[in-house]
Design a protein around this ligand. Structure first.
Ligand code: BGC
Length: 549
């Protein structure tokens, strides 16, 4: 049995089941050396903040060496730290300091693709067709008489073709490689034993350094059936069900995770994992099974309208699905890929967020006050549910999406690959404001790598720490109280006559009620321990959640 960095061997192996996990997007969290890019010493410097927030674990988005063609999800070297973010020693120091503060660490792992600067890809380009170096990726001859057409008409998720042609070592145009994302992210060939073994080595490398778990990027894409002839896009999209799609959610992907699970179980406590798998709800339990990754993201609330019936259906379904694999559910409203939920809720239900961002975030005008009210109510509801809650840095400040980043400052490949169609995800990745004023609002001493708007200072940690009614103070209180709910996973609905309110009870007689309607609703007898907004004459106002005992 392996152990990591002297962490307490007696720790509960089920710590993850109801954990509150805080996502750090490291390049935008805290910049200790003033180069405009957040770094690992920056994370360490903010551990007192994380501790005072009351989280159980940090999920650290990629911190590996990367050219940042996709915000770090283009990894050059899986067993190293981007020199702009620090060193392996800094990493070890961060793990030790987090553990010292009682906070676990989950790291992002990106197995579907490397970056095009990974030594394997460079070797593949320098090697001939059919060579073992090319076999680690997905190379195919082109279609058409001179091979000048891509092998299939598939599109990358960031727009544009999913195949790129390479120049062979002799300088002639040659084969094509598959990249489901940006062209700088060549897909790995998971039928290749060497690829599989290398990832097992990576899992052990970080687990040995004391990492407690992994967030698995695009977990449903690794297994692929690329038997020739490759089906055209229209055929794939229209006919093939999940389980037999050529690259999404194939059943064989679970063989890979069964091997990973064996590695996780070499440790005490076993390392945990959460799958980012964009699959239909009924396909989630296999990713979340105990002989697989153990947990899977459920993004249903993140996509749901602000509506009591929709929330109830999603909660019931996901608790049921989690039970099916003996996992616990996950609840998420925001992350580094989506519009911040305070802003989403500031818009009418059903707003097309891509089109809205493209229009500069002005039509319709967001009702920021309503957005924050609903975001706080939604978060308090989720924090009362059984399962783990994944928070995204800055949501505890009630941050809104930044919608006016100039084109020449944007970084997201989705922006560059979709001219005039998408602005991408930079608006939720703007470096955090720590102070009311000062260079980059306390993010660092220099200019932040993405421009921060003037209004950021009002949402800073400094401003909100002083304000009793702030979103930060509210999150701290909620997380502190939530600890009392982390012991059992039961939930009982309370049926009410007012259909716009959602009401459930957790063990110990802990009530959570959310008012999605337009009129205040009655509260049950009991003491209100926290509400997401002030009560109105003893009633629960619109867009508010209250906890009572
Ligand atoms: C990550 C994205 C990333 C993509 C490709 C995801 O789902 O969350 O940020 O662009 O995978 O790695």
């Amino acid at each position: 049995m392996r152990s990591g960095s002297g962490f307490d061997e007696t720790v509960d192996a089920n710590w993850w089941r109801q954990a509150t996990v805080y996502q750090i997007y490291p390049r935008s969290f805290a910049d200790a050396d003033g180069d405009g890019i957040g770094d690992l010493p920056g994370v360490v410097s903010r551990i007192p903040y994380l501790k005072s927030l009351g989280i159980d674990a940090v999920w650290l988005s990629p911190f590996y060496p990367s050219a940042l063609a996709d915000g770090g999800y283009d990894v050059d070297d899986y067993r190293n730290v981007d020199p702009r973010l620090g060193t392996l020693d800094d990493f070890d120091e961060m793990v030790a300091a987090l553990h010292e503060a009682g906070i676990k660490l989950i790291v992002d792992i990106v197995p579907n693709h490397t970056s095009d600067r990974h030594e394997w890809f460079k070797e593949a380009l320098a090697s001939p067709e059919g060579s073992p170096a090319r076999e680690r990726y997905i190379f195919r001859d082109g279609a058409g008489p001179s091979g000048c057409e891509p092998p299939a008409d598939w599109e990358s998720l960031f727009g544009g073709p999913a195949w790129t042609r390479v120049r062979e070592p002799d300088g002639t145009p040659g084969q094509w490689y598959l990249h489901l994302f940006a062209k700088e992210q060549p897909d790995l060939n998971w039928d290749n034993r060497e690829v599989r073994d290398d990832f097992l080595k990576t899992l052990r490398f970080w687990s040995d350094r004391g990492v407690d778990g992994f967030r698995v990027d695009v977990a449903h894409a690794l297994a692929k059936d690329l038997t020739e002839p490759l089906p055209p896009k229209a055929v794939i999209d229209a006919t093939l069900p999940h389980g037999s799609h050529p690259f999404w959610d194939r059943d064989e992907v679970h063989d890979i995770y069964a091997e990973w699970r064996q590695v996780f179980n070499e440790y005490h406590p076993p390392r945990t994992a959460v799958a980012e798998a964009g699959v239909p709800a009924h396909r989630r339990p296999r990713y979340a099974s105990a002989d697989g990754l153990g947990q899977a993201f459920n993004f249903d609330l993140l996509m749901a309208d602000w509506d009591a019936a929709a929330f109830r259906r999603i909660i019931e379904e996901n608790l049921e699905l989690a039970r099916a694999s003996d996992a616990s559910s996950t609840w998420v409203f925001s992350n580094h890929d989506v519009v911040r939920h305070a802003t989403r809720y500031a818009l009418p239900n059903g707003t097309d967020l891509h089109a809205w961002l493209l229009g500069g975030g002005a039509d319709p005008q967001p009702d920021k006050e309503q957005g924050l009210l609903r975001a706080r109510a939604a978060t308090l509801l989720a924090l009362a549910l059984p399962g783990s809650v994944y928070l995204y840095q800055g949501e505890e400040l009630g941050l809104h999406e930044v919608t006016d980043i100039p084109a020449d400052a944007r970084q997201d490949p989705a922006f560059f690959r979709n001219p005039g169609v998408e602005v991408g995800r930079d608006g939720c990745r703007v470096p955090l404001p720590w102070t009311v004023t000062g260079p980059s609002f306390g993010f660092g001493d220099g200019k932040a790598h993405l421009p921060q708007p003037d209004w950021f200072g009002q949402y800073s940690v400094e401003a909100e720490t002083k304000d009793e009614a702030s979103t930060l103070r509210f999150y701290r209180k909620a997380l502190e109280l939530r600890r009392r709910l982390q012991t059992s996973e039961e939930l009982q609905w309370v049926e009410r006559t007012d259909a716009s309110a959602l009401h459930f009870v957790r063990p110990g007689g802990w009530h959570s009620i959310t008012n999605f309607g337009t009129e205040p609703v009655e509260l049950p007898a009991g003491t209100v321990v926290l509400s997401s907004a002030p009560l109105s004459e003893g009633k629960l106002p619109t867009d508010t959640t209250a906890w009572l005992v």
